[in-house]
Design a protein around this ligand. Structure first.
Ligand code: SF4
Ligand code: SF4
Ligand code: SF4
Length: 288
């Protein structure tokens, strides 16, 4: 095996171990020592498979990574730490002055992280997407006007306004019967609602990432920082684009990848989730 070729696959697991040790020392929760190395390992496995497999099979790497991370965030954290990582739950606890692991998750994955790895959380770690990306449906690029994606502003306002109104309007005190008591329950209820919306919507619109495009409030939180991301999907300027549209057809977020590649520009569309699917299917290796 050519180890040099696979060197990049070791980076995520290494970062996971470093982050775990740092957070364990600062926050003192043993779960970080399992969580971050496991997530790093999952991403490393995904990248390794993308490098190892051939043709369209390379798309499996990311899907397997999503499946590996899903139980860590959807089951391990809620059960062992009684946490709700859903946006609504995080707003509720932060407005009560509780800067817990849910808050840390938001900072790392969705607020500061996108400055480095764009919306890589959506591509490689989201527990909702872990189900959506395995649905037997393709990516619908046609039919739906892009302005419908603004519906997410409504869901974002609802997701933030309800917990804020509970705390500041109704004087609900999350310390009394929510924080460390009922958070786990609400993590499962909140996710249940997301799945109940996301899975039928995917079938109705024939687009497995329809929920991400039209309803997910968290997507909007990641978009501003992701515009300035250090890492972007970029063209190999030494390779000529065939203008075959294969990348566009496989992009789960409906980005006009071909347009960027034709002009030899990095993808600046903040819908890009840095999944690498376009790169994995490009017949000439134009996309880095
Ligand atoms: S847009 Fe929302 S549901 Fe889709 S992958 Fe990102 S966080 Fe998950
Ligand atoms: S542009 Fe490429 S990396 Fe970005 S979301 Fe589309 S397929 Fe994934
Ligand atoms: S798949 Fe590659 S060659 Fe085809 S349009 Fe996209 S960038 Fe160009």
């Amino acid at each position: 095996m050519n180890l040099k070729k696979y060197r990049i696959a070791f980076i995520p697991v290494s970062i996971g171990i470093i982050l775990a040790v740092f957070l364990y020392i600062t926050v003192k929760w043993w779960g970080f020592l399992i969580l971050f190395p496991w997530m790093g390992l999952a991403i490393s496995v995904g990248i390794f498979l993308q490098l190892k497999l051939k043709g369209k099979n390379r798309l499996l790497g990311r899907k397997i990574c999503l499946l590996m991370i899903m139980p860590a965030l959807l089951i391990f954290v809620p059960i062992f730490n009684n946490e709700n990582f859903q946006l609504e739950g995080v707003v509720l606890i932060v407005s009560a002055g509780f800067f817990s692991k849910g808050f840390i998750h938001y900072i790392i994955a969705k607020i500061l992280g996108p400055l480095v790895w764009r919306r890589g959380f959506c591509g490689y770690a989201c527990w909702t997407a872990a189900v959506l990306d395995w649905l037997p449906i393709g990516n619908n690029r046609n039919n739906i006007n892009r302005s419908y994606r603004n519906i997410r502003f409504v869901t974002l306002i609802i997701s933030v306004a309800i917990p804020l109104y509970m705390v500041f309007g109704l004087a609900y005190d999350p310390w009394e019967n929510y924080i460390n008591i009922a958070e786990m329950k609400w993590m499962f209820v909140g996710n249940g609602i997301y799945y109940l919306l996301a899975i039928p919507l995917a079938f109705i619109l024939k687009d497995r990432r329809a929920f991400c495009k039209y309803l997910c409030p968290a997507s909007l939180i990641m978009k501003p920082a992701s515009y300035f991301s250090l890492i972007k999907t970029s063209p190999d300027k030494s390779v000529k684009c065939l203008e075959c549209s294969v990348c566009n057809n496989y992009c789960p977020m409906g980005v006009d990848v071909m347009g960027y590649m034709r002009e030899n520009k990095p993808v600046t569309d903040t819908e890009c989730i840095l999944c690498g699917d376009c790169s994995n299917v490009c017949p000439v290796g134009k996309i880095l």
